[in-house]
Ligand binder design. Structure first.
Ligand SMILES: [Zn+2]
Length: 262
């Protein structure tokens, strides 16, 4: 499937706005973890007054002449302007700001956020449908056997630049890691306890991964995180990639790196 691109003659904007059913609104809220993906403010709560989310069109439903001009050639998401892929939950303030005097940078930024969130959502859905516990155990066993030379390789690995880097929001990575850790923390801890005699080794490994992660500047954290996952994943062909993401998340979080930056 190729990338769909906007030009003024394309049949993308629908005449009618589609009513969004409640079930779909929940999907939008879940996708952003109930926070505005631009400013990170909570957009949903127990009280009525906390329900301040709005479902925004990423590409405008009725673009102005100015918008048609500046958005010429941009990537489009979904079948048409009314599809789920072209919508995202935002707080009122960010939605209003986004819809006023739109710039191509703002548009591309929101497209990149939406794409990233879709990947996270897809991984979540896949994880929910398979039993990943055994895969995590396998990853931990491989980690326990890693030698010092392997960690020397990690040093080189982590400085690799990932091509075609999507302009990223650090907070999304942070949220993804927190999510995985909260889901699997107890399970991994239990596995580590079962591997008693290896416990000390794990602490060393956790420290090494944490140091590799911390020793880079903030803008590169997403790349470094992915590189560490790829490095671990390359240690054994049978390792499950998502299980590696979870284990690396655990090591990174377990060293309280995020408490330091928060
Ligand atoms: Zn906001």
């Amino acid at each position: 499937m190729g990338i769909k691109v906007y030009h003024k003659d394309i049949d993308y904007c629908k005449d009618k706005r589609r009513n969004i059913p409640d079930s779909e609104k929940i999907m939008h809220l879940r996708e952003v973890s109930f926070r505005c993906p631009i400013c990170s403010r909570s957009i949903y709560g127990k009280n009525k007054k906390d329900k301040i989310y709005e479902i925004a069109h990423i590409f405008p439903h009725s673009p102005t002449e100015h918008e048609k001009e500046i958005l010429d050639g941009v990537e489009l998401l979904g079948e048409d302007s009314e599809s789920y892929e072209n919508k995202i939950a935002l707080c009122e303030t960010c939605h209003h700001k986004y819809d006023t005097d739109k710039t191509i940078e703002e548009y591309n930024n929101l497209v990149s956020i939406k794409k990233k969130l879709s990947v996270i959502q897809k991984t979540d859905d896949e994880l929910a449908s398979i039993n990943i516990d055994n895969d995590i155990v396998k990853v931990l066993e491989v980690v326990a056997k890693l030698s010092d030379e392997e960690f020397d390789k990690l040093e080189k690995y982590k400085s690799l630049k990932i091509d075609n880097k999507i302009e990223d929001k650090y907070s999304l990575l942070k949220r993804k890691i927190k999510h995985y850790v909260s889901e699997y923390y107890l399970f991994i801890e239990e596995q580590l306890r079962n591997l008693d005699e290896k416990e000390k080794k794990f602490k060393i490994i956790a420290n090494q991964i944490n140091t590799a992660y911390l020793s880079c500047c903030t803008e590169d954290k997403d790349d470094v995180f992915n590189n560490i996952v790829n490095w671990l994943n390359s240690k054994d062909v049978t390792l499950n990639y998502d299980a590696c993401v979870i284990v690396v998340s655990f090591f990174v979080q377990n060293c309280e790196v995020f408490d330091e930056v928060a």
